[in-house]
Every structure is written in structure tokens, then in C-alpha cells.
Design a protein around this ligand. Structure first.
Ligand code: NAD
Length: 374
């Protein structure tokens, strides 16, 4: 199969959808890999690294025009809509339930679009979202520690303390993938960590794997109110699948917090779990409300593209290989997780929540892909 790798043109996006290592794996299996010139530069992969593993460097017109399977990181943005076409399989983060214009553009073009974020295993894991949550969680603890420094507007506290001086306290709201990874780094820095969650099974698991190095406590409004008063860093990491994040920290609660404490609301991409949170960027990551520093970067993994690119492609490559090896219809028939990733085929919406979000007809993917193959 001819597999294309497009350069990202969305502002502040430095990731690329395939590493030279991934390109080599595909080339070794007999596939043809074409990479848009300078696509890997933002992630420190020069064109020569792709050439060295047998990939062909091409123009933007050729990568979109010639590929059978096109790999990207972010959803197509308007200047790319004209490049969507029938006969192309696009594999990328799409998030089209929140984007009607793109949904229409995909349908009108006749393209087949497979979304990383809706690839879902039978135990409800999201294998192509997890690596980004791992990165965001780890970054959250780092950002919290950093913005505690006095010249940056923080309390002026070293999170890990020193011998003879107590460490700071980190409160993690939501002990899922983000929360666990935030806790790991906070523990590593020497902080005292408490995780609040609503799932007893999850807290049991966290307690077991972190061998008592964190306190796990059932999440409730009352508990949050009392824990937040002691925290130096609060990390918002809750997720309620399919819904906006619940506002667990109200503006009134900021009043009981220590001045110069830091809130990192990782859940900002789902609206945020802190009432006073609004999205920020890597260029201007923080702002102050009532003496509390708010860090609410909506695309945290974008700040560390070298790590993010490698983590993303580690997770996507097996699916890319399956599509390249068998073709999409056969790959989907073999793997229900990949089937859930297919959002648009031949002008039809094949992922139910997207159809619901835009009040469009839903067509099961099996029907449409069989039709397409016939
Ligand atoms: N800002 C970014 O760059 C970025 C990057 C990756 C993920 N995220 C976001 O981070 C959030 C967390 O993602 P995740 O992958 O860890 O999700 P996850 O599903 O693995 O974990 C969410 C956890 O929240 C818990 N939870 C739900 N309601 C709660 C409540 N009221 N109180 C306490 N805990 C509660 C759940 O039990 C679960 O353990 C999501 O909103 C995700 O979109 C943001």
C-alpha cells in the first residue's frame, strides 16, 4: 500500500504521524512510504532520516494526491478541506462530534476517515488517546512544581522539600490515566500526593500499584473542599465519558486555598473541572484568579513533540500495519477496536455519537465497508 505522511499545518502543532522507525517497519513489509518534505522537522526528525529508511520525500500536493492511506496527527483544517477525496483513507485525530463543518467536508468528499480517538478496545480502553493522557499527566506535575516558584507568581515552595523541610502537597482529582501519571511524577519529585476518585475499584488498583505511596480518598464536594485547602498543587484529571467535565472546584473554593497555589486543569479540553478555568496556550500557559495560578493548556502534549510523536506512533503503528496489510475493510472485520475508529465512509457517518451530535443518519460500519468493497 502507498502510505503518505502529511506535514501538520495547524498552528503550534509540531508532531508528525510517523517516525523514521515506523517508516522503516512499513517499508520492510513491502509498503511504499511517501513523506511530505519537512513533515518531521518539528519533532527533530530531518528529511534525511526518512530517506535513509527508504521513504520518498514529496510535495504537499503529491502526499495528499498519491497516498492510499494518509497519516496525520490533527484533524484537517479548512485549507486542507479541498484535498479530501474519494479513494483516500485518512487516519488521524478527528474529534468531529464537536466540528460540524469538518464532518460535512469529510462526507461531501467521499473520503474514508478513521479517528484515533474513537479506536476502542472491548474493555473500553482508548489505546490511541492513552499515550497523550500519559504525557499530559506527567507534564501536569512538572508544570505544578514549576509555577510554585515565587518569581513565576507561585507560593515560593519547593514541591519536594529538603531534609528537615516538609514537601508540598499535590491533590489529584481523578485517578485515571492522567491522574496516575501525574501522581507518579509528583511522588518522584518527593511531594505528598492524594488522589480523589469516585471508583473504588480504581482506587484499589492505584493503592496496590503505588504501594501506599499515595492516599486515595473517595471524591465528594465536601472532601474536595477540605483537601483543596491544604493543597499546594491541584491537578484536575477527571473524565466522565461522553460528557463535559463536571465542575468540581468552584470559584468559592479558591477562597480556602493557599495564595500562590497552582491549579493545573488537564481536563480543560473537555471544558475543565474547575469553574474558573479557561483554555490557555503553551505561549501563555497561566493566569491568576483570586491569587491562585491557573495552568489550563488545552494541548499539553504539543509542548513536547519529540516524546509525543514517538508515543503516538508506538500506539498507532500496529493499526497502520493492519490497514496496510489487509486493506481497511478486512482490517476492520478482524479488529472490532479499529472498527470503532471508523467515523466516515463514502459520505456516511459510521460512528453513532457523531451522527447523534449532528443529527445525521447513522450507518453501521460493516454495511458501508462491505458496500465499498463490493
Ligand atoms: N489538556 C490536555 O492536553 C489533555 C491531554 C490528554 C487528556 N486530557 C484530558 O484529561 C482528562 C482525563 O483523561 P484520562 O485519560 O485520565 O481519563 P480516564 O477516564 O482515564 O480517568 C478519568 C478518571 O476520573 C474519575 N472521575 C470521574 N468523575 C469524578 C469525580 N467526580 N471525582 C473524582 N474523579 C472522578 C474516573 O473514575 C476516572 O478514574 C480528560 O478530560 C482528557 O480529555 C487533556
Amino acid at each position: 500500500m502507498k502510505i503518505g505522511v502529511a506535514k501538520e499545518i495547524k498552528p503550534d502543532e509540531y508532531r508528525v504521524a510517523l517516525t523514521p522507525a515506523g517508516a522503516r517497519e512499513l517499508a520492510d513489509r513491502g509498503h511504499e512510504v511517501i513523506v511530505e518534505r519537512s513533515a518531521g522537522e518539528g519533532s527533530a526528525f530531518p528529511d534525511s532520516a526518512y530517506e535513509a529508511v527508504g521513504a520518498l520525500l514529496v510535495s504537499v500536493d503529491d502526499v495528499w494526491g498519491d497516498a492510499e492511506l494518509l497519516l496525520k496527527v490533527k484533524e484537517p483544517i479548512e485549507p486542507e478541506y479541498g484535498r479530501l477525496r474519494e479513494g483516500l483513507v485518512l487516519f488521524t485525530y478527528l474529534h468531529i462530534a464537536a466540528d460540524e463543518d469538518l464532518t460535512r467536508a469529510l462526507m461531501d468528499s467521499g473520503i474514508t476517515a478513521v479517528a484515533y480517538e474513537t479506536v476502542e478496545t472491548s474493555n473500553r480502553a482508548l489505546p490511541l488517546l492513552a499515550p497523550m493522557s500519559e504525557i499530559a499527566g506527567r507534564l501536569a506535575a512538572q508544570a505544578g512544581a514549576y509555577f510554585l516558584e515565587k518569581p513565576l507568581g507561585g507560593r515560593g515552595l519547593l514541591l519536594g522539600g529538603v531534609p528537615g523541610v516538609a514537601p508540598g502537597r499535590v491533590l489529584v482529582l481523578g485517578g485515571g490515566v492522567v491522574g496516575y501519571n501525574a501522581a507518579i511524577i509528583a511522588i518522584g519529585l518527593g511531594a505528598q500526593v492524594t488522589i480523589l476518585d469516585r471508583s473504588i475499584d480504581r482506587m484499589r488498583y492505584l493503592d496496590e500499584i503505588l504501594s501506599g505511596r499515595v492516599s486515595t480518598v473517595m471524591s465528594s464536594a465536601l472532601q474536595i473542599e477540605s483537601s483543596i485547602a491544604e493543597a499546594d498543587v491541584v491537578i484536575g484529571a477527571v473524565l466522565v465519558p461522553g460528557a463535559r467535565a463536571p465542575k468540581l472546584v468552584t470559584r468559592a473554593m479558591l477562597g480556602v486555598m493557599k495564595k500562590g497555589a497552582v491549579i493545573v486543569d488537564v481536563a480543560i479540553d473537555q471544558g475543565g473541572c474547575v469553574e474558573t478555568a479557561k483554555p490557555t496556550t503553551h505561549t501563555n500557559p497561566v493566569y491568576d484568579v483570586d491569587g491562585i495560578t491557573h495552568y489550563c493548556v488545552a494541548n499539553m502534549p504539543g509542548g513536547v513533540p519529540i516524546t509525543s510523536t514517538k508515543a503516538l506512533t508506538n500506539a498507532t503503528l500496529p493499526y497502520v500495519e493492519a490497514i496496510a496489510e489487509h486493506g481497511l475493510a478486512e482490517a476492520v472485520a478482524r479488529d472490532p477496536a479499529l472498527a470503532r475508529g471508523v467515523n466516515v465512509v463514502d459520505g456516511k457517518i459510521t460512528y453513532e455519537p457523531v451522527a447523534e451530535a449532528h443529527d445525521l443518519a447513522y450507518t453501521p460500519v460493516g454495511d458501508v465497508l462491505r458496500l465499498a468493497a463490493a
